[in-house]
Write a protein that binds this ligand. Structure first.
Ligand code: GLA
Length: 729
């Protein structure tokens, strides 16, 4: 990394300007700019976030008074009438901060520039360094702070947000995700009104299942997918979080985002830095889909692991056989997925435990040794079988937990999270407890779960890392008595350390983050993971909604989408194989089914669909997503498409969500194509014995496709169509 440090990067405002500042701090990505301003001895002010401006245009922002001139990182104390980003108690009992700008540094690397603004208290030796990392290969800026002091004793941090972002009032709406187990990532869009909107998480372990730590602000009224100015904000923290949007006056909405401070006051010792998680913000004038594309590009360029590596098509054993793992059935499943063209087999829960075999969810977490009664030839035997079938092999683990019925718990009862003098509350199976990841010994253990497996079986290509328990029993046997309130934070710092070590040693291992479904869908958790499990609900109809919501912030390459059995195990719905594939093919395609329950016709369809997916994989996994008709808009249809950056190839999906006579089906208008060029339409996934629809092989201009749209025949219940578009002239 080329590192260049400029001390005090200050664009001096032209003195003639009516609103000159001593410092103007401009942070820019290729298409966006963030502007702060400050006067000597004054606090940091936020001035602007939007389309890219040049240094020469800074004064126009100030002069035209579009500059917001709001506090950029308000601290509690001197102006205590407003919401604040930071609040502390000094050792002498003083509860205030008065932070003024002291200096600005800039560090450049290949793909980003980090601008660090140092703010110091006027009286106390207390510093906040705000960092803004502006990517040059995507329009995302990450903001985080480092809090540091040299006071005589620990300073208590009561609030410690990552960032504050003022947004000019107008007809501003927010879009955010809300859900529950089996129904994750449901989209809510609502106008911002006076008062405070709080989105938060208190699970302790998994923070993506209920509310999400990401938001989009549509600045021009009701959110639209492909038009309008949008600001996105995603907090990259796997633990409890809190996002607050405070609308106290007519001027602006103030977004505060950070770790959740509830039950988490933090005693910061002198000369140690408390680093907040990153808040990743983006701006676009291409609507919600535009903001998503910015996040997807940023994610593939380093915010998810292996973001540039094509993902394998897999079969996972869970819904096929649940805990009933044995050698014969694993062999049969591997053979079947290989026959259908799959590339990887993942053995889910149920393979481990020696003294206490894992036959259900009551026991064995922590005992990561193969159950030789079920698998006499061990993992090595399974790897040999996978090789025989020409596919890769993967495995399930849940390393952060144990059961009271396990050899691990017999040996280390002191490693679990529990409250002294109280009978614990147990989780899944009535015996599950969490390991205390604030404890470095436990971090070593969690690292060793992966390390031991990889050392013994280096050919394991994939691991599904599950987390099925919330943080119950708030108490750490590792943290000292006066720092028990650090547990929510230190757990996740410990987890990050363990995952980072794994990543350093095993960069090519593909890891899935699963949190009993979508519980780990968050950029804090995703740093070390290649993909995530969207939901334990694999019903194709409900998946259209969940995948739609998830795609607001997370790229399709990371979204594990599996074709499962019909009737579906969660909803009991009977869904045709085509619809199941057409829905799963918009992300990282997989299957989660006992293939020997599929009839020959279904297997034949699967074979062809998998071959087709291999063809379109680069467009889906690396292309630009344009969401078109939202399932949440209740139009009874939904559609979306993926386009290569060159715009020479696209894949379009349309689904019917309801079916009755005399139904109004709208024309399907596309987006993102080249207006003056022509595309040939090819229908994909046409079932055996059926003909492609009349649009197949037609050549249509980008203009017609986008402005007029296609009349797509969707005659039946569970109707869907996939079209590939190829530029012809
Ligand atoms: C969780 C996961 C499932 C499966 C089971 C195994 O519920 O979300 O996909 O792995 O655990 O016990």
């Amino acid at each position: 990394m080329m590192k260049k440090i400029f001390l005090l990067l200050v664009v001096l405002a032209i003195t003639l300007s009516s609103r000159a500042w001593d410092y103007d701090i401009l942070v820019s990505t290729p298409n966006t700019s963030l502007l702060f301003a400050a006067n000597k001895g004054g606090d940091l002010r936020f001035a602007y976030y939007g389309d890219r401006i040049t240094p020469g245009q800074i004064n126009q922002i100030h002069d035209a008074w579009v500059g917001l001139n709001r506090p950029a990182y308000p601290a509690f104390g001197m102006d205590c009438t407003r919401s604040y980003a930071i609040q502390v108690v000094h050792p002498d009992g003083n509860m205030t901060l008065n932070l003024v700008v002291e200096g600005v540094e800039e560090t450049k690397s290949e793909n980003a520039t980090v601008t660090s603004i140092t703010m110091k208290d006027k009286v106390y030796p207390f510093t906040v360094k705000m960092n803004c990392k502006a990517y040059q290969n995507s329009d995302v800026i990450e903001i985080w702070t480092g809090i540091f002091h040299t006071e005589k004793k620990a300073v208590t941090l009561k609030r410690f947000d990552s960032a504050c972002l003022p947004i000019r009032r107008g007809d501003v709406w927010i879009s955010h995700l809300h859900g529950t187990w089996l129904a994750e990532s449901s989209l809510t869009a609502e106008p911002l009104t006076p008062g405070m909107k709080v989105i938060h998480n208190t699970d302790g372990i998994r923070n993506g299942q209920l509310d999400h730590a990401e938001l989009m602000f549509s600045l021009d009224g009701k959110p639209r997918e492909n038009e309008g100015r949008v600001i996105g904000a995603a907090l990259c923290w796997s633990g409890n979080y809190k996002l607050r949007v405070d609308t106290q006056d007519n001027h602006s909405h103030m977004l505060f985002a950070g770790m959740n401070e509830e039950a988490s006051e933090y005693k910061l010792e002198p000369k140690t830095t408390f680093t907040t998680p990153k808040l990743a913000i983006t701006y676009t004038n291409e609507g919600l889909s535009g903001a998503s594309r910015n996040y997807h590009r940023w994610a593939r360029n380093g915010q998810i692991h292996g973001g540039n590596v094509p993902r394998d098509i897999l079969l996972n054993s869970w819904e096929g056989v649940y805990f009933d793992i044995n050698e014969e059935v694993m062999d049969q499943m591997m053979q079947d997925i290989a026959d259908m063209g799959g590339e990887l087999f993942v053995m889910d829960d149920g393979w481990f435990g020696d003294k206490y075999p894992r036959n259900n969810d009551h026991s064995s977490l922590g005992d990561w040794v193969v159950n030789r009664r079920k698998l006499p030839n061990g993992i090595e035997g399974l790897i040999t079988t996978a090789k025989k079938h020409g596919i890769k092999f993967g495995i399930w683990i849940e390393p952060e937990s144990t059961n009271t019925v396990s050899e691990l718990y017999d040996k280390h009862p002191d490693w679990v999270i529990r409250v002294p003098n109280r009978e614990p509350r147990y989780g899944r199976g009535g015996t599950q407890l969490l390991l205390d990841l604030s404890n470095p010994q436990v971090q070593d253990f969690v690292f060793s779960v992966v390390d031991d497996l990889m050392t013994r079986y280096p050919e394991i290509a994939y691991m599904k890392w599950d987390a099925n328990l919330s943080l119950l029993n708030y108490g750490s046997s590792y943290l000292p008595k006066d720092k028990q309130s650090h547990l929510y934070i230190e757990y996740h710092r410990g987890l990050e350390k363990a995952v980072q070590r794994i990543r350093e040693k095993y960069p090519n291992l593909v890891m899935q983050a699963c949190g009993g479904g979508g519980g780990r869908v968050n950029y804090g958790a995703m740093q070390g993971f290649d993909e995530f499990w969207v939901s334990d609900n694999t019903d194709a109809m409900q998946r259209i909604f969940m995948q739609w919501g998830t795609s607001y912030f997370f790229p399709p390459i990371a979204m594990a989408q599996h074709v499962s059995a019909s009737p579906n195990h969660q909803t009991g719905k009977i869904v045709p194989i085509k619809f199941r594939f057409d829905v799963a093919m918009t992300g990282r395609l997989g299957m989660e089914i006992q293939p020997n329950t599929m009839n020959e016709q279904e297997k034949q369809f699967a074979r062809k669909a998998i071959a087709t997916y291999k063809e379109i994989r680069p467009v889906i996994q690396f292309g630009d997503l344009y969401r078109l008709i939202s399932p949440f808009d209740k139009k009874e249809v939904a559609s979306l498409m993926y386009i290569t950056p060159e715009k020479d190839r696209a894949v379009f999906f349309a689904y019917k969500l309801d079916h009755y006579m005399n139904q109004l089906i709208p024309p399907f208008r596309m987006a993102g194509l080249k207006e003056d060029r022509f595309y040939r339409i090819k229908e994909l996934n046409v079932p055996e014995g059926e003909k492609p629809c009349q649009l197949h092989d037609k050549i249509v201009s980008g203009k017609i496709l986008m402005n007029v749209g296609l009349e797509i025949p969707l005659g039946k219940e569970y109707a869907s169509r996939i079209f590939e578009l190829n530029l012809v002239r």
